[in-house]
Design a protein around this ligand. Structure first.
Ligand code: NAD
Length: 354
């Protein structure tokens, strides 16, 4: 297959591109705008492959998308490009509406136009996979319920509302125009190459530097954590074996409170880096409870039975094994995150001017 991946320079997108190049014979065209979250240095291991190609483009640019599709002629599209950080969506929702809603609309229209022009066999085999989040389902506070594929949408933040809107567009394009689309809704990911503003890398890096570990409210918010490489495998399974028009929930069966996650990271650091920054006697003492995020959902939890039964996917990592790998990765790849933090991953990045 030739796979066009949008957002392939992001956290999950880069894990997906690495997975495809390292584990299959498929080729990848990575279309990414390189926002602050796009980092071509996450792709260094695979960017030399003759099966990998980068195209610097905004998915909102319909004309350019048409040209890219016409020229590259992908067999499938895997759509991950989005603004993804909830706190940023609260501070400024505009970019989220632009990229997540209008960008998805623009990509759907370009895909529909391209798909309509394909020959019969290619049309039949073409797939459009839209990668979404469990946050579209809203909050499970006060229940023991799990999100299933038929749970009603009830997004709480500008981010999740924009993702919900994009999911609705994809379903409508499938139902109205017959576009062979599939949707995945996944829980919180973690792992290597995660941008340092997100909870897990932020805690690891702050602890190493003896800085406070800010935890929202009481820290009892529950998330179902999935190792990013398990997610990449699931996405590849869905795009190659999933049913047209189907939705698949993807989760790790790893419901943990935020405070558990932070304390567990502290424990691992005690083991890996017992020599702490000056004035710090234990990492856990760096935890600081800060004012809760507005509209903060208390609990998300995924029922991933369908993808297990229908496609035979289950996560390979437990939370404890995945977080160990992740902490070790951050300890061994200081240069990657230091270049993100000081901004040097931007600018004339690897020959791409941004
Ligand atoms: P990310 O923020 O790390 O990466 C997003 C990528 O998209 C970046 O490379 C960015 O440059 C690119 N991008 C943004 N706007 C673009 C535009 N208009 N045109 C082209 N490229 C653009 O995000 P992520 O965490 O890798 O998430 C990827 C997808 O998976 C998103 O759609 C997100 O909603 C979804 N998702 C994320 C999680 C999670 O825990 N991170 C969980 C479930 C689903």
């Amino acid at each position: 297959m030739k796979i066009l991946v949008t957002g392939g320079a992001g956290f999950i997108g880069s894990a997906l591109v690495r997975y495809i190049i390292n584990n299959t014979n498929d080729s990848v065209v990575n279309v990414d705008k390189l926002t602050y979250a796009g980092n071509l240095e996450s792709l260094i291991d695979v960017s030399g492959s003759p099966r990998y190609e980068f195209v610097h483009q905004d998915i909102c640019n319909r004309q350019e998308l048409d040209k890219i599709l016409e020229e590259k002629r992908p067999d499938v599209i895997m759509h991950l490009a989005a603004e993804s950080h909830v706190d940023r969506s609260i501070d400024g929702p505009s970019e989220f509406m632009q990229s997540n809603v209008l960008g998805t609309y623009s990509l759907l229209e370009a895909a529909r136009n391209y798909w309509n022009g394909l020959g019969e066999k290619e049309r039949e085999e073409f797939r459009f996979l839209h990668v979404s989040t469990d946050e579209v389902y809203g909050d499970l506070e006060g229940t023991e319920d799990l999100f299933t594929e038929s749970t009603a949408y009830s997004p709480s933040s500008p981010y999740s509302a924009s993702k919900a809107a994009s999911d609705h567009l994809v379903r409508a394009w499938h139902r109205t125009y017959g576009l062979p689309a599939l949707i995945t809704n996944c829980s919180n990911n973690y792992g290597p190459y995660h941008f340092p503003e997100k909870l897990i890398p932020l805690m690891i890096i702050n602890a190493l530097e003896g800085k406070p570990l800010p935890v929202y409210g009481d820290g009892l918010q529950v998330r179902d954590w999935l190792f990013v490489e398990d997610h990449a495998r699931a996405l590849y399974k869905v795009v190659s074996q999933g049913g047209i028009g189907e939705t698949y929930n993807i989760g790790g069966h790893n419901e943990k409170t935020n405070i558990y996650v932070v304390k567990y990271i502290c424990e691992l650091l005690e083991e890996f880096v017992p020599e702490k920054p000056k004035g710090v006697s234990s990492y856990v003492e760096l935890i600081e409870h800060v004012k809760d995020r507005p509209g903060h959902d208390l609990r998300y939890a995924i029922d991933a039975t369908k993808i297990g039964n229908d496609l035979g996917w289950t996560p390979e990592e437990t939370f404890e094994s995945g977080i160990r790998t992740t902490v070790e990765w951050y300890l061994n790849n200081k240069e990657w995150w230091e270049r993100v933090r000081d901004g040097s991953y931007k600018g004339e990045r690897l020959g791409v001017s941004v």
